[in-house]
Design a protein around this ligand. Structure first.
Ligand code: ADP
Ligand code: ZN
Length: 215
C-alpha cells in the first residue's frame, strides 16, 4: 500500500528521529510542520514571525495558517509516491481538513503510527535535547551524543537547544497535546488505521516494529 503516513506522539516521543529513519528507508518526503515553521523563522518571513510568537510559548500555531501550509506542501510533485507527516495534524480540525486534502490529491492517509512514551520520560528527553542548527538532526546530552561534543555528526553544524525545549514551554506543549492532539487517537482508531508502538524501545528495535507495520 502507498506509504502515506502520519506520526503521532507527545512532544519528546521521538517523532522527528523516527521520521528521519522511516523516510530514508522508504524514500518519501519528511514533512514536519515544526521544521517548516523554524525554517520560515530562520528566513525571517511573515509566516516565521507569526509562528514564533506561538512556538516560543509552546502554543499551537492557528489552524488556518498550518493547514494552508500543509495543503501547499502536499500538492508538490514529490508527494505523489507517498509522504510522512510529522507534527501534523495536531487538532481535530486539522485532521478533518487533511481528509479533504487527501481526497483532492487522491492520496488518503493509509497509516497512523502513534509513538507511546510515559510522561516521566518526555521531560528528560526534551530538556536534554540538542538539535543541529544547520540540518535539524536531533541529539541528546546523555542518550544520543554526537561523536564530537557540540558538533553534528551528519553535517558538522553547531548543536543548539531549541527555544521551546525548556520546562515552562514544555508544560504548555503537554497541555496542548492532551487537550487538542490526543483526541486524534480516537479519530484514527475509528478509521481502523492507527498502530501503537513503544517509543521507549531501542531505536533499531522500534524501527523494525514500524517496518513490520508498514510492510
Ligand atoms: P514537538 O513535537 O517536539 O512539540 P514540533 O517541532 O513538531 O515539536 O513543533 C514545535 C512547535 O511548532 C509547536 O509547539 C507549535 O507551536 C508549532 N506547530 C508544529 N506543528 C503544528 C501544527 N500541526 N499545528 C499547530 N502548531 C504546530
Ligand atoms: Zn547537521
Amino acid at each position: 500500500m502507498l506509504k502515506t503516513i502520519i506520526l503521532l506522539g507527545a512532544p519528546g516521543a521521538g517523532k522527528g528521529t523516527n521520521a528521519k529513519r522511516i523516510t530514508k528507508e522508504f524514500n518519501i518526503p519528511h514533512i514536519s510542520t515544526g521544521d517548516m515553521f523554524r525554517e520560515a523563522l530562520k528566513n525571517e518571513t511573515e509566516l516565521g514571525k507569526l509562528a514564533k510568537s506561538y512556538m516560543d510559548k509552546g502554543l499551537l500555531v492557528p489552524d488556518e495558517v498550518t493547514i494552508s501550509l500543509v495543503k501547499e506542501r502536499l500538492a508538490k510533485d514529490d508527494c505523489k509516491d507517498g509522504f510522512l507527516l510529522d507534527g501534523f495534524p495536531r487538532t481535530l480540525h486539522q485532521a478533518e481538513e487533511l481528509e479533504k486534502i487527501g481526497e483532492t490529491i487522491n492520496r488518503p492517509i493509509n497509516y497512523v503510527i502513534d509513538i507511546n512514551v510515559p510522561e516521566s520520560v518526555l521531560k528528560d528527553r526534551i530538556c536534554g535535547r540538542r538539535v543541529c542548527k544547520n540540518c535539524g538532526a536531533p541529539y541528546h546530552v546523555t542518550n544520543l551524543k554526537p561523536k564530537v561534543e557540540g558538533v553534528c555528526d551528519l553535517c558538522g553544524g553547531e548543536l543548539i537547544q531549541r527555544k521551546d525545549d525548556n520546562e515552562e514551554a514544555l508544560k504548555t506543549r503537554l497541555d496542548e497535546y492532551h487537550r487538542q492532539t490526543e483526541p486524534l487517537i480516537e479519530f484514527y482508531s475509528k478509521k481502523g488505521i492507527i498502530h501503537e508502538v513503544n517509543g521507549t524501545k531501542d531505536l533499531d528495535e522500534l524501527m523494525s516494529d514500524i517496518k513490520e507495520i508498514l510492510k
